[in-house]
Design a protein around this ligand. Structure first.
Ligand code: COA
Length: 190
């Protein structure tokens, strides 16, 4: 069984980003992210409408962290490390199977600059080389072209496709499931 200890918190850096622990002071920026309809379009959850929801979510993230059952990093630019611009995490750790699911989101003003690719490569490196995961999963709606691109860029293979398995907003949507095996991770955009 995989043994996990997120204490001390593994802060990570990339060329342009700091990936750091989420804190209560991030609530305002986190709310901006999670209440944005463009950001939430393919997430399968309703956009937040109340600041309290952002505070509760941060608490939930930090509870998961304390229990060593999942980790989320705040994404921030190196030149402004206090200001959260996105989040990235390894959710749903399945310790028996050395597997986890990756998730990420970024404020639209920062889209299409390669920042998420950069963050994903670092988190995959951490997940595979430090946590010792054997595989990492990515689940997306196939309409999420940007997310599919990121997974493909970083070495994930689409292994499954479920038709209309997800009911949201009165509609049944498809899910594409991607996976990356640790031995196939190259550590660079392919
Ligand atoms: C998915 C998301 C995080 C991508 O962030 P980003 O920082 O803009 O992505 P990058 O700039 O690193 O781009 C990665 C790749 O996706 C492509 N891409 C990014 N946005 C795209 C878009 N809207 N349409 C098509 N391709 C897109 C880029 O061209 C790049 O591919 P390339 O390297 O071959 O040129 C961002 O669009 C987002 O926050 N979306 C809403 C939340 C979300 O859907 N999260 C994923 C849930 S599974």
């Amino acid at each position: 069984m995989l043994e996990v200890n997120f204490d001390p918190f593994p802060e990570l850096t990339t060329e342009r980003l700091v990936l750091r622990k989420m804190k209560d002071a991030d609530a305002e920026q986190f709310f901006k992210l999670r209440s944005n309809t463009e950001v939430m379009k393919h997430i399968g959850k309703k956009p937040m409408t109340l600041m309290n929801e952002a505070m509760d979510f941060i608490k939930m993230i930090n509870d998961l962290l304390e229990n060593n059952s999942g980790i989320t990093w705040a994404m921030a630019l190196k030149e402004n490390p206090e200001k959260l611009i996105g989040t990235i995490g390894l959710w749903r750790l399945i310790k028996e199977h050395y597997r986890a699911e990756i998730g990420y989101m970024l404020l639209p003003e920062f889209w299409r600059k390669g920042l998420t690719n950069e963050a994903v490569l670092k988190v995959l490196d951490y997940g595979i080389n430090e946590l010792k995961l054997h595989s990492i999963e990515g689940r997306i709606t196939p309409l999420n072209i940007a997310s599919a691109k990121i997974l493909e860029n970083t070495g994930f293979i689409r292994e499954a496709y479920f038709k209309e398995d997800f009911f949201f907003n009165g509609k049944f949507e498809d899910t594409a499931i991607y996976s990356l095996l640790s031995r196939n991770f190259r550590g660079e955009v392919l």
